[in-house]
Structure formats: C-alpha cells, structure tokens
Design a protein around this ligand. Structure first.
Ligand code: 5GP
Length: 180
C-alpha cells in the first residue's frame, strides 16, 4: 500500500518497516550501553509514542521502570502561549535518570516543556529519545540524546502518529501528498 487515505488527505509511503526497525534497534543498543547500572525510568509521552515505545522497550535489556504520561495543553486567557501540563506521572523523579520517549520532535517546544518539568522535579539526568526529528523545524537548543531518523519538514502519519486522530495504526510511516 504505497498511497493511503487518512481522513480527507492522501499520504504516500515514506519509511518502511526495515528502516524503522533499524532506527529503533540503534537507539536501544545505545541506551543499553549508556544507561547500564543507572536504573532509568522511561517516560513515554502518549499518545503518539505508544508504538515506538513498545518496539523500543522490548529491546531494552537493562533493569528499568516504564511509565506513561500525557501532555494536556490549553491556550492561556491572557496570552496565546500554550501551557502544557504533564498528567499521569506517579513515580518519584527526584534523583533519577529519566528517558523521555517521544515519537517526533518538530519545533521542540513540547519536549522542551517536558524537560523543564523533569528538571523542576529534580531529576538527576534527563535523556531524550525520539524516533523522528525535524532538524529544520527545531527552535530550541537542548541536546537530543537519541534520534532514530532525521526527516524534512513534511507532515507524516503512521506508526503511532495521527492526522485528525486517524492513521496511528499503520505499521509504516507515510508522508502527506499535495500539502496545500
Ligand atoms: P513540537 O513542535 O512541539 O516539537 O511537536 C509537537 C507535537 O506535534 C509532536 O509531539 C507531535 O504530536 C506533533 N507533530 C509534529 N510533527 C508532526 C508530524 O509530522 N505528524 C504528526 N502526526 N504529528 C506531528
């Protein structure tokens, strides 16, 4: 299936399973080496990261804990800035090595807000793992420790990523066609 319809838009195949698997493997191998003996807590940012996290964490061979968080966002009444709250975090973060697991980093603002939260909660070491990264859209300057694949600024769906709530279930990654 090289062209798919998701809601009112068409998408064409962009990253196939072998490429995705290789990227996930590579990240897992690095984490297994880097964080050995650190007892990391993986924080999976829902919804988009659920498939990536599932594949990645099956390849993590060191002792670790896994938790799932969600970011709620709303537009403040006095400004247009988006304020994000982290919900669902029950574990103690203070003094721990945290690996934030995201599907994609675009402008980097979402991840930036999550990193700030982890620092406020006094995490010892905050690492970032993202399957996809759009370097040309990135607006911040924090270090991204583990990047699967760099991609251009095209809108993509599949492998957990949605368009209007649809398309997360595709096992491969598709790029928007005729984005007007
Ligand atoms: P940010 O711009 O803050 O780095 O990314 C915010 C969020 O926008 C991501 O976590 C992801 O949910 C969404 N996003 C960014 N780029 C894409 C994309 O190409 N496709 C989809 N489906 N979501 C995206």
């Amino acid at each position: 299936m090289d062209i798919i319809q998701v809601d009112d838009k068409q998408f064409s195949i962009y990253l196939k399973s072998p490429q995705i698997e290789a990227a996930v493997d590579n990240i897992a191998q690095q984490i297994n080496v880097d964080l050995k003996g650190k007892n990391p807590l993986f924080l999976v940012v829902l919804n988009g990261a659920f498939i990536f996290a599932s594949d990645l964490l099956k390849k993590i061979t060191i002792p670790c804990e896994i938790s799932f968080v969600k970011l709620s966002s709303y537009v403040g009444t006095k400004s247009t800035s988006i304020i994000r709250e982290l919900i669902g975090l029950d574990e103690v973060v203070s003094g721990r090595t945290i690996v934030i697991v995201e599907d994609i980093i675009d402008t980097g603002l979402t991840m930036g807000a999550t990193i700030d939260k982890m620092k406020k909660l006094e995490a010892k070491d905050v690492r970032i793992a993202t399957l996809l990264f759009k370097p040309n859209a990135f607006q911040l300057n924090y270090k991204i420790d583990y990047i699967g694949i760099n991609i251009p600024n095209d809108f993509i769906v599949g492998y957990g990523l949605d368009y209007n709530g649809y398309g997360r279930n595709y096992p491969e990654i598709y790029k928007i066609l005729n984005n007007e």
